[in-house]
Design a protein around this ligand. Structure first.
Ligand SMILES: N[C@@H](CCC(=O)N[C@@H](CS)C(=O)NCC(=O)O)C(=O)O
Length: 341
């Protein structure tokens, strides 16, 4: 009996030893060796990930990539962005074409398990909605019986759509199109009555792509939970931890009032939590296997979560999306980062 306990104890100590060294796994090694993070993003959704005419990517998803880059390299710009359609994205991650996806991707059980991935948090709490032309005279999704619906394949959207219509004993005709610009063209040309996707995507499409935004309404029903977050493939827990804590660092920084503007002042703070977060009291960087200034670099170069939200999708952006569920837990929202300690 005693022997057994001792053996178990030795194994436990061994495991702790391995975990404690924070060894770089193969994905993190590859990122470091190439000097660049390869981030899979969407092909163009205003506020989430879109490139301007100079090829500069911006968006709340892009900021996750930038934060990870800042944590690993001390520089948020060491990122190559690879646009992926909804249908291509998981193959791109599985095959190693990208290191991570930060691409309006809903955290679900089968993606987390059968596909061999790990979700590392939620950077935007969303839900699926419907957009229609006002001319249709429809005020509720319950009036959509028999409608033609534009939808992208390889999405939770497609599955929820079928569930919703079945549950409400309605029928619909799907128009399934892979490329977002072709979906938009079809919808705005009136080839489908309804466009359905994550509500954020509807707001983005109406604000940035509709020829006449005022002609379209987003119906009040939100028919699903779409927690959107960064995702990595199985195989490198340290890399997954860095992706996870880079996002948490942005959320934690907002909670402690640390912004890109005041972060240098905050280095002088006497608050023990802030000292730990910013690496003034060392330890957190070492535990994660990155520089002690990792959070400083993220916040200085990318901003905290609230700054990123406002700039990309919130009141400082054309989308003007309210914080809603994406407010911090201290403000009645769902954004909650585990403690950096
Ligand atoms: N969250 C859903 C939908 C993801 C999705 O593809 N959303 C559209 C919203 S507009 C998108 O990002 N399209 C951009 C593209 O295909 O590049 C999922 O994970 O399946």
């Amino acid at each position: 009996m005693l022997k057994k306990y001792m053996a178990a104890g030795a194994i436990a100590v061994g495991l702790v030893g391995v975990a404690g060294t924070a060894q770089a796994g193969k994905d993190l090694d590859a990122v470091k060796a190439r000097g660049q993070l390869i981030c899979g993003v969407s092909t163009g959704v205003a506020g989430f990930a879109s490139a301007d005419s100079q090829g500069k990517w911006t968006g709340i998803d892009v900021d996750v990539c930038r934060a990870v880059s800042a944590a690993i390299f001390g520089d948020s710009e060491k990122v190559k962005y690879v646009p992926t359609t909804a249908q291509q994205r998981f193959t791109a991650l599985q095959s190693g074409e990208v290191d991570l996806l930060a691409r309006t991707t809903t955290y679900t059980l089968t993606r987390d398990t059968a596909l061999g991935f790990d979700f590392t948090g939620v950077n935007y709490y969303d839900g699926q909605g419907f957009m229609v032309n006002k001319k249709l005279g429809v005020k509720s999704a319950k009036e959509l019986n028999g409608a033609t619906v534009c939808v992208q394949p390889g999405t939770t959207t497609e599955l929820n759509l079928a569930d919703y219509f079945r549950t409400n004993k309605m029928t619909f005709k799907p128009v399934v199109i892979e490329k977002i610009e072709e979906v938009r063209a079809a919808f705005f040309a009136g080839r489908c009555d309804v466009f359905t996707t994550d509500a954020s995507g509807l707001y983005a499409t109406r604000a940035a792509n509709a020829p006449t935004p005022d002609d379209y309404i987003i119906l009040p029903e939100i028919i699903s939970k779409e927690p959107l977050g960064p995702v990595v493939r199985h195989g490198d827990n340290q890399f997954a931890d860095i992706v996870r804590w880079a996002l948490y660092a942005m959320i934690e920084a907002e909670e402690y009032g640390i912004t890109s503007k005041n972060v240098d002042e905050m280095l002088k703070s006497e608050n023990p939590s802030i000292k730990r977060i910013l690496g003034v009291t060392p330890g957190m960087g070492k535990a994660l296997g990155v520089d002690e200034k990792w959070v400083y670099n993220i916040v200085k170069q990318v901003g905290n979560y609230g700054e990123s939200f406002d700039r990309n999708v919130g009141m400082g952006s054309p989308l003007k999306i309210a914080r809603g569920q994406n407010a911090l837990w201290t403000q009645g929202g769902l954004q909650y980062a585990p403690p950096i300690r």
